[in-house]
Design a protein around this ligand. Sequence first.
Ligand code: BES
Ligand code: MN
Ligand code: MN
Length: 463
Amino acid sequence: MDKIKDYIESNKERFLDELFELISIPSVSAKQEHKKDLRKTAELLKNHFVKLGLNNCEIHETKGHPIVYADKIIDKTLPTILIYGHYDVQPIDPIELWDQDPFKPYIKKTSIHPEGAIFARGACDDKGQMFMHLKAIEIMVNSDQLPCNVKLMIEGEEEVGSDNLELFVKNNREKLSNDIILVSDTGMISKTIPSITTGLRGLSYMEVEITGPNRDLHSGHYGGTVANPINVLSKMIESLHDSNNKITIPGFYDNVIEMSFSERERLNSAPFEIKDFKNSIGLKKEHGEIGYTTIERQSIRPSLDVNGIWGGYTGQGAKTVLPSKAHAKISMRLVPGQNWKRINKLFTKHIKKIAPKSVYVNVIEHHGGQPYVAPIDTIGFKAASKAYLDVFGLEPIPTRDGGSIPIIALFEQELKSKTILMGFGLDTDAIHSPNEHFGLSNFFNGIETITKFHYHFRNLFKD
Ligand code: BES
Ligand code: MN
Ligand code: MN
């Protein structure tokens, strides 16, 4: 089937031009000012679906950003693959750290991507990865016929919690029925070592607001007589980890499923160099829960981190002020056994308990989601393994990722189907960071692997 390689080779430039057009639209879901850009992106995708000859191409309106859907049912007796991805992207700040305009994609060589990588917000997460599926479908449609039925559902609110997609899925179980869900929104071990993500962490995202006096005060006149909300909040945050770096919220670890020794061994046998890990992010020393390796800390253990903290005077020079308020956004990554709604409650209760009487506390719940674990003894996993073997010459290694895609657990609950996470990004691709990029070979190999998956899935499904 070198037809696939040939097709990619002779259409490379156009694939990139089309992807660049898609990436150039600043579809930042978190910012209201980009609402029109999200619609524009949805429309562009719908046009791609129409051009691919798909049916039922539609833009589904939601309370937030639209969902784009299309399908092609060629034969009801064939298996159906539901493809999910997201067209929204993360905000670009801090803008000053980008080498070029985040929405003017360009190609640059890097030491990890000597053939070149596409630099732009969304190049990898998830426009570049999602677009591989459109091109895989194009290849199959133009070479002969789709081997499987396909349904595509691309949303515009993944980066802000997928609230409206949740409703869409619950209301459209029949329309979305499938034999396997395919998603490219995760990573692989390295450019030459393929892996399939078999686990994602869940998420609980909270915000804490501490109020002291009813207005900002003169820090000389009042300093020493009033609880300073920033001092208080810092102390509270500090107390959320003990000396072993375990999280101190009572009940937090209650239902955490501990992995067996052999499972941990397998996890730790994946290629991983602590030296490279540290170097790639400029660290002197790693950190984390005592008793676990970095791979384990990143995937099978929960974590708690402050994502942002603010209050008081942060402008130029000095201003003597005792602030009225202090705020922090705190996220917890969760693992199998934990329930994000329960964790939200435990967090709120604990924060209220540890706050001193000298301040008022307000806890706000943001989005959350359940962790996900995928079995590896399914035909979906086998089909994916064969596809990677064809393209990379190696069987993929099952890994667990530390990130979250909350909707995946909901798919399982509502649609009763498993998801195969075929991600082609690298940890060094700087998703969510300045200078996000996606390797050209990752992009083209991804298209090829996805195409192969469809053929293998059909063949294994028959047996
Ligand atoms: N694609 C990422 C998730 C991801 C990245 C998983 C790398 C595994 C490896 C996704 O777009 C994302 O950023 N998810 C958010 C959660 C969401 C609710 C904002 C995350 O993990 O922070
Ligand atoms: Mn993503
Ligand atoms: Mn993301």
